[in-house]
Design a protein around this ligand. Structure first.
Ligand SMILES: CC(C)(COP(=O)(O)OP(=O)(O)OC[C@H]1O[C@@H](n2cnc3c(N)ncnc32)[C@H](O)[C@@H]1OP(=O)(O)O)[C@@H](O)C(=O)NCCC(=O)NCCS
Length: 182
């Protein structure tokens, strides 16, 4: 049974794929597209009002994370939408603003990623990292710090963990969905 509420803005309501878990305390407004099997955890605030947000299949957005975008302007005709790929783990209390993330990424707890930043596939971002505007984070690396620094290449075990983390959350959200159906 669906217990969450989606809010429309200027006639646009979030579109949600199959078997998605959305915690009832999450706030999702406007132009948001969520892929199949994704999960949105308690107190996430996602506002697709002045631009759009896309969240890929099997991606998890953990507790207290804020997702927002920047409007179109003379200088930035497309503004800064927020695009998140597939099998991405976004840890607790992150701030993702107008940036583009590929797939199989882990965004550590409390990280901030700003407008125009691009995170390529298979990247690990340490807890508390600040990614300044328009930076490009290269596939296969760990980034940490405020402002971020490219720390080192990922170990094979860490590259495997990027995918495993998404699988762990896939299982967890299925348990939550089963609980809600009871
Ligand atoms: C960065 C991280 C992956 C550890 O990487 P690591 O290479 O194994 O780092 P180590 O623990 O060996 O520490 C190496 C150095 O980095 C520092 N460090 C560790 N994590 C850091 C972080 N997030 N930001 C800045 N510095 C960090 C350590 O203090 C240490 O510094 P020192 O050499 O001056 O003592 C880990 O600390 C991290 O941030 N994981 C994210 C976990 C998370 O948020 N998961 C999502 C929740 S589900």
């Amino acid at each position: 049974m669906t217990q969450y509420k989606l809010r429309s803005y200027q006639g646009i309501t979030p579109k949600v794929g199959e078997k998605v878990y959305i915690d009832p305390s999450a706030v999702l407004v406007g132009d948001i597209t969520i892929g199949d099997d994704a999960s949105i955890w308690p107190l996430v605030a996602a506002r697709g009002d002045v631009n759009k947000i896309t969240i890929g299949a099997r991606t998890n957005v953990q507790d207290g994370t804020v997702l927002h975008v920047t409007r179109k302007s003379e200088h930035y005709p497309d503004g800064f939408p927020l695009a998140i790929g597939e099998d991405v783990t976004i840890g607790h209390k992150c701030m993702l603003h107008g940036c583009t993330l590929g797939s199989r990424i882990l965004v550590g707890m409390g990280a901030i990623i700003m407008d125009g930043a691009v995170v390529q596939d298979d990247v690990f971002i340490g807890a508390g990292t600040l990614v300044p505007p328009n930076k490009v984070l290269e596939s296969g690396y760990l980034y940490v710090g405020n402002p971020m620094k490219k720390s080192r290449p990922l170990k094979e075990s860490e590259i495997n963990f990027l995918k495993q983390s998404a699988v762990n959350y896939l299982q967890l959200k299925d348990e939550y969905l089963a609980d809600m159906a009871d």
